[in-house]
Design a binder for this molecule. Structure first.
Ligand code: NAP
Length: 245
């Protein structure tokens, strides 16, 4: 029960990696708030895990791009406390840069980067007063390596890495840690969209020769959420089967 009595907030917790994070934190005894634009198909599973672990799970309908909505949500959550924040909500709008419309560029930056900024700013304010907390930003190996067809996504994730390091420097002496996780190629709805040909191509670049599971990313989140990582801040932890070394 590494998160017993802790309060956790996860953006994009309804599916994929976010859902695995919600479940892992619940199993460790946390009260988990999560945000998504639409309801989770996994709500009853989450409720069951929460009931068994003595925790609680609360869904908030909303959008990370809605600044006023984020400000009031974090204000509401922090009335009870806030120990861990995971900026996990993310989208892709893939196409080659010379075909990319401004809307495709902007939507990805707005959700993946500006949304994370709204959440982290509000959370950090509270955590600094509390003198403790862990903020985890879900980046991507693409933010480290770049990827054809993803200039918007890669820019948002590289931006998130710079953001993580800067915020970590601002918060370190105030008891708040800020780290990023860079997943590789993980089995979720996001990667399900890719053609079999692209999936095969990506698999050839993974030394371990297989896709990762959302639960494997959630394990890294647990490590960065708890005291096990108490002397670690400003880092990017890749969870990618060896894709980026
Ligand atoms: P996913 O299966 O598509 O799930 C995305 C989650 O984000 C959903 O819960 C979605 O819920 C929520 N979301 C999307 N836009 C939102 C918004 N504007 N406001 C609030 N919530 C929003 O994606 P995933 O594969 O689990 O990815 C999770 C994170 O890991 C993302 O940041 C992604 O970039 C990153 N990542 C994934 C991979 C991978 O291989 N899968 C690799 C590297 C990094 P609603 O649609 O209901 O809003």
């Amino acid at each position: 029960m590494r998160l017993k009595d802790k309060i956790v907030f996860v953006t994009g917790g309804s599916r994929g990696i976010g859902k695995a994070i919600v479940i892992s934190c619940l199993k460790e005894g946390a009260k988990v708030h999560y945000l998504s634009t639409s309801p989770s198909p996994h709500q009853s599973e989450m409720d069951e895990v929460a009931a068994n672990a003595g925790g609680q799970v609360v869904w908030h309908q909303g959008n990370v791009t809605d600044e006023a909505g984020i400000v009031s949500l974090i204000e509401e959550i922090t009335k009870e406390g806030l120990d861990v924040v995971i900026n996990n909500a993310g989208i892709t709008r893939d196409t080659l840069s010379f075909r990319m419309k401004v809307e495709q560029w902007q939507q990805v930056i707005d959700v993946n980067l500006t949304g994370a900024f709204y959440v982290a700013r509000e959370a950090a304010r509270f955590m600094i007063r509390q003198r403790s907390g862990s903020i985890i930003n879900m980046a991507s190996v693409v933010g480290l390596t770049g990827n054809a067809g993803q200039v918007n996504y890669a820019a948002s994730k590289a931006g998130l890495i710079g953001f993580t390091k800067s915020l970590a420097k601002e918060c370190a002496a105030r008891g708040v840690r800020v780290n990023a996780i860079a997943p590789g190629f993980i089995e979720t709805d996001m990667t399900d969209e890719l053609s079999d040909k692209i999936k095969e191509q990506i698999l050839t670049q993974i030394p371990m020769g297989k896709m990762g599971q959302a639960e494997e990313v959630a394990e890294a989140v647990l490590f960065l959420s708890t005291d096990s990582s108490r002397y670690i801040t400003g880092q990017v932890l890749t969870v990618d089967g060896g894709m980026v070394m």
